[in-house]
Design a protein around this ligand. Structure first.
Ligand code: FES
Ligand SMILES: [Fe+2]
Length: 436
């Protein structure tokens, strides 16, 4: 349970709010690369309450500019992409990706007014199909070298899902290991697509039979490592390791069962809407991207909204609840999560909730976030800002989904990287757990 003031601090995301100022200290996804194909149109984008325009210039660089032209405020997302920038349709002013004004064709010859004009702009980088931006003050930190961002091309699939609720409650859903046994429960193990984790054991067997896992959390330099341990039968334990990563995403085994990562990265549109950027990365081999797209298209339209939504009660099917799934909303986990988190309200009222044992990681993540907000307010750098290339190593951010022998020390098993090929470097192990 939080006070109303704490809840406000954690859920407000605008530029003048403490929470928004924390979020802006980190690189954030702002679009999918596929939304900005070479030669394509600019896009309007609202990010953390700011109205912006995204475009790819004729050299292929992505820019993120204030939506309203510095001249008299026309909407730049309708502009022309040409001559090394984005040209406003109203009077032809031209801006490059850095916000420099390159041209004011209506000004008298010899005017240098152009040099005095700067359009709001934020630096962008692209990585594995994501466009990320730094919207904070000062020099941008390094983009963290997460394995799923640095992976070879073709190993990662990305998409995004629109949510009608505050970003925080969706990220809290990621770090609650017990909802897997309820919200995402399948009633039998006879569906091949849900067999995961270990080759021989079905999802239902792992998640549906053992409803009350032991949960332990460990603070790390990037956030929290969360272990959930379930009985896997035959003297084995099913160990699932996931992570809360500062300040607004989670990594977990997902569809690749620990051979790589799944990531849900929750980026506010405003305080009551957000995009969930989903990344699925397969370490051992390239993804079947066409198959992933086909599966997503069953539930997601071309504007990244789900066909199931609150307006049609997520097409809940009571018959399906008797035979196939616990909640009757199909098999796509993103729909289940959307239902659960939108149902909490536009901004969950955390003054009335009753946190329990299963919410350990949620409680801890809030304390870390509140401390980080205080850090920013008091002029200190918050956690997990990467400025030293030598320390840009997150190989100790491991996800696991494995049945291990009962005799194995499961608390330290992540250090081995597990059987799915994660490689934890000696340097990362040496600093793992340090709270720099
Ligand atoms: S409003 Fe953009 S050039 Fe005039
Ligand atoms: Fe979920």
């Amino acid at each position: 349970m939080l006070t109303a003031e704490q809840n406000r601090l954690l859920t407000e995301t605008g530029p003048d709010t403490p929470g928004g100022q924390l979020l802006r200290r980190y690189w954030q996804p702002v679009a999918l690369s596929e939304e900005l194909p070479p030669g394509g149109a600019p896009l309007p984008a609202q990010v953390m309450g700011e109205d912006l325009a995204l475009f790819r210039d004729d050299a292929g660089h992505v820019g993120l500019l204030g939506l309203h032209c510095s001249h008299r405020g026309a909407d730049l997302s309708y502009g022309r992409v040409e001559d090394g920038g984005l040209r406003c349709l109203y009077h032809g002013w031209l801006y490059d990706v850095h916000g420099n004004c390159l041209d004011q064709p209506g000004e008298p010859a010899g005017s240098d007014f152009c040099r005095k004009v700067r359009q709001l702009s934020y630096p962008c980088q692209e990585a594995n199909g994501l466009v990320l931006a730094y919207m904070g003050p000062g020099e941008a930190p390094l983009l963290p070298a997460y394995e799923f961002l640095t992976a070879p091309e073709g190993h990662a699939y990305v998409n995004k899902v629109h949510h009608e609720c505050n970003y925080l409650q969706s990220n809290e859903g990621n770090i609650d290991p017990v909802h897997l046994s309820f919200l995402h429960r399948f009633l039998k193990d006879d569906q091949p697509r849900i067999v995961r984790g270990t080759a021989e054991t079905g999802y239902y067997t792992l998640m549906g039979r053992e409803l009350a896992p032991q949960i332990e959390i460990e603070e790390t330099d990037y956030g929290l490592r969360i272990s959930a341990v379930r009985d896997a039968g035959s003297g084995k334990r099913y160990l699932r390791v996931t992570n809360f990563v500062f300040p607004n995403f989670a990594s977990f085994p997902g569809n690749t069962g620990g051979d790589g990562f799944s990531v849900n990265w929750h980026v506010p549109i405003d305080d009551t809407h957000h995009w969930k950027y989903q990344i699925v990365y397969k370490r051992s081999q390239p993804m079947d991207l066409e198959k992933a797209r086909r599966q997503a298209a069953q539930e997601l339209d071309e504007s990244y909204h789900t066909y199931r939504h609150r307006g049609n009660r997520y097409q809940q099917d009571r018959q399906e609840m008797k035979t196939t799934t616990f909640i009757g909303m199909g098999s796509m986990f993103a729909v289940h999560d959307k239902f659960a988190t939108e149902g909490e309200g536009a901004i969950q009222d955390r003054t009335t909730e009753r946190l329990s044992y299963t919410d350990k990681a949620i409680g801890a993540s809030r304390q870390l976030l509140l401390q980080a907000i205080r850090d920013v307010q008091e002029g200190r750098e918050p956690p997990h800002i990467v400025r030293d290339a030598a320390r840009n190593d997150f190989s100790h951010m491991v996800v696991l989904s494995e049945a291990i022998e009962g005799s194995v020390d499961w608390r330290n098993y992540w250090k081995t990287g597990g059987t799915q090929g994660a490689k934890v470097s000696a340097a990362a192990l040496a600093t793992a757990g340090s709270k720099s």
